[in-house]
Design a protein around this ligand. Structure first.
Ligand code: AMP
Length: 111
């Protein structure tokens, strides 16, 4: 995936503020934060969106939830948090590499 900005970040070709990393997942700070804490939890495998996930990809779902819990435990300002996935252009997805928005630090209601 030559042109995918998140693949470039994962490869280290583009700089990012790394928050956490495992063999499967990278967490970076969003370049244009919409909350006091705004991270992106990104699988290292290029998967376009939830619609494109195959059975072998679903373990990333639990990996990303486990990462969200870890962030919540280790970052005091992120004890309470919100997760959002924009899956598909009509849902507002701009970067076509699956990612979970992890936001915290601002009281916000349900969607
Ligand atoms: P989405 O609309 O769900 O595709 O969200 C993509 C998110 O990626 C947006 O919140 C952008 O601000 C963020 N973003 C785009 N490029 C970068 C980058 N190079 N580093 C960090 N975040 C980025």
């Amino acid at each position: 995936m030559q042109e995918c900005v998140f693949c470039k970040i994962i490869r280290g070709d583009i700089a990012s503020k790394k928050i956490a990393e495992t063999d499967d997942i990278l967490v970076i700070e969003d370049i244009a934060p919409k909350a006091p804490v705004h991270y992106l939890i990104i699988p290292k495998k290029h998967i376009q969106d939830i619609q494109a996930m195959e059975n072998v990809d679903f373990f990333y779902g639990s990996k990303m939830l486990a990462m969200a819990q870890q962030l919540s435990k280790t970052i005091p300002a992120a004890h309470d948090f919100k997760l959002q996935v924009n899956s598909g252009k009509m849902a507002g997805q701009i970067v076509m590499h699956l990612h979970v928005h992890f936001t915290a630090g601002k009281l916000s209601g349900a969607l």
